[in-house]
Design a protein around this ligand. Sequence first.
Ligand code: IMP
Ligand code: MG
Length: 178
Amino acid sequence: MINDIEKIILDKETIERRVEELAQKITNDFKDKFPVIICILRGSVIFFSDLIKRIDTHVEIDFFSLSSYGNNSNSSGVVKIRKDIDTNIENRHVIVVEDIVESGLTLKYIFEYLEKHNPASLSICTLLNKPEVHQTDLKINYVGFNIENKFVVGYGLDYAERYRNLPYIGILKKEIYS
Ligand code: IMP
Ligand code: MG
C-alpha cells in the first residue's frame, strides 16, 4: 500500500494530537448536553471512534450512510440515503462527524436532512477540509486540518474502497486513479 502513496501529509501522531484537541473542545461545548454524535459511514469511522473515546462527557452515537453517484475521486453531490439514523434527534444536540469536506455538497445534504428533524442544535465536525473548493456556505464548527486540494487516502478515507486502513493520511499517486 505504501508504494501507492506519493507523500504522507498527516502522520499518526499529528492526527492523534489534533483529535485529542477536538475532543476537548467538544467536551467543553457539550458538557451535560448529552449530544447525539453521528458517524457518516464509511469514511469517518476511524476518526469517529478515536474522537468519541476522548470525549469526556455522556454521548449517544448513531450512524448514517449515503451513497453518492459519480466517479470515485469526485463527489457529484447527488446522493441517496443508504442507512438512516435510528435515534429521535428532536430537541437533541447533534454533532455530525465527517471525514472530509470538499465541495461541501454531501454535508449540505446531510445537514438539511437532519435539520428537518428539529434538533436543538446541529454542529459539524470534519477531520479534513479543502477550503479552496467549497461550493456551499455551510458553517463547519470543528475542523481537524485544512488541506490543499489533492486526493488523499488513509485513516478511513478510501480510493475505490482501498486504503481506509492506513494509519496515516497521504496523497495518493496520480497514476493510481488516472
Ligand atoms: P463533497 O460532497 O464534495 O464535500 O465530498 C465529500 C465526500 O467526497 C467525502 O465524504 C469523501 O467520501 C469524498 N472525498 C472528497 N475528497 C476526498 C479525498 O481527497 N479522498 C477521499 N475521499 C474524498
Ligand atoms: Mg465520505
